[in-house]
Design a protein around this ligand. Structure first.
Ligand SMILES: NC(=O)c1ccc[n+]([C@@H]2O[C@H](COP(=O)([O-])OP(=O)(O)OC[C@H]3O[C@@H](n4cnc5c(N)ncnc54)[C@H](O)[C@@H]3O)[C@@H](O)[C@H]2O)c1
Length: 318
């Protein structure tokens, strides 16, 4: 039987790290594409040459031609530009929206049966754009943010308590960014809620660090942003889909009434299987967390509105 296939669009830091992480799972052949000529081919060849030592037994190819993503079961989109000094939020939104629009057209053309995992920022809005542009069922377009935010929270909890990270589980909902909603009530160490183990001030400190975790890495790296943990998060989502594992993970998905929210893409717990987002799992939230989730969704909605306005201006000018 032919291997499954995963395409990664954008072979930069997150794209290439995701390709390697996924290849090491040995569940799907990998195709990486990028605009830059030779770069995805070079990175793919380098990864293939690690195979005899790393146990990789799938093929990894790099290309500048979208035709090669044909037949992909999953397409991970990491293509985009980072915000540069002097660039406004709207400028970044416009540039990445243009890139994502073109990428999604190519996915439609060459891999119309794939499930799209969006990674490009601003995450929730780019996921919405991919959904709208592709016309795919909402189950087949989801975004990666909550898994990354949750594993960061897990790390900070494990570091605080000096316990194995394996014993820690955590849940972070909401939009990707400052408005995310870490849920201490649903975060545990071997089943014991962290609120029973850690003083409130320390939990608040970890929540704040989780919210700013992306920025903490940017400040240390000076150029570029995080990619090892983001790649691990994408690989976990892809694995659950490709192997139909039905993992319960926080992902950015379209809500139609769940959590009292509609017409918005935002992070909530979902079950991920071969159909994509197979179920949104609703858990009771405290009135305070429920309000925070609502505010986070409002923030995403206002950026969705900004995107619509920018597209209208473009149409009027063009
Ligand atoms: N969702 C998350 O939690 C999360 C985490 C980390 C990074 N990100 C986002 O992921 C994106 C990628 O980050 P990175 O660190 O890999 O950036 P990067 O600059 O290293 O890589 C981006 C790649 O996209 C390529 N690209 C640009 N336009 C393209 C197009 N039209 N077609 C194909 N490729 C194209 C570039 O050539 C580059 O190689 C950014 O938007 C970043 O903000 C999101």
């Amino acid at each position: 039987m032919a291997n499954m296939k995963a395409a990664i669009i954008g072979a930069g830091n997150v794209g290439a790290s995701t390709a390697l992480k996924l290849a090491e799972l040995n569940i799907a052949d990998i195709v990486m594409t990028d605009l830059v000529e030779g770069m995805p081919q070079g990175k793919a060849l380098d990864m293939m040459e690690s195979a005899p030592l790393s146990g990789i037994d799938v093929s990894i190819t790099g290309t500048n031609d979208y035709k090669e993503i044909a037949g992909s079961d999953i397409v991970v989109i990491t293509a985009g530009v980072p915000r540069k000094p002097g660039m406004s939020r709207d400028d970044l939104l416009k540039i990445n929206a243009h890139i994502i629009g073109e990428v999604v057209d190519d996915v439609l053309r060459h891999a119309p049966d794939a499930i799209i995992i969006m990674v490009t920022n601003p995450l929730d809005v780019m996921t919405y754009l991919a959904y709208q542009r592709s016309g795919f069922d909402k189950r087949r377009v989801l975004g990666m943010a909550g898994v990354l935010d949750s594993v960061r929270f897990r790390c900070f909890i494990a570091m605080e308590l000096g316990v194995s990270v394996k014993e820690v589980s955590a849940m972070v909902l909401g939009g990707h960014g400052d408005s995310m909603v870490p849920l201490p009530d649903y975060s545990t160490v071997s089943g014991i809620p962290i609120v029973e183990l850690i003083p409130k001030e320390a939990i608040d400190r970890m929540i704040s660090r989780t919210r700013k975790a992306g920025g903490e890495i940017v400040a240390l790296l000076k150029t570029g942003s995080a990619y090892y943990a983001p790649a691990a998060a994408v690989a976990a989502m892809a694995e659950s889909i490709l192997l139909d594992q039905k993992q319960l993970l926080p992902c950015c998905t379209k809500l139609d009434g769940e959590y009292g929210l509609s017409h918005v893409f935002v992070g909530v717990p979902v079950i991920l299987g071969k159909e994509g987002v197979e179920k949104v799992v609703e858990v009771p939230l405290s009135p305070e967390d429920s309000e925070k989730l609502k505010q986070s969704a409002e923030h995403v909605k206002s950026t969705m509105e900004d995107l619509r306005k920018l597209s209208d201006t473009d149409r009027a000018e063009g």
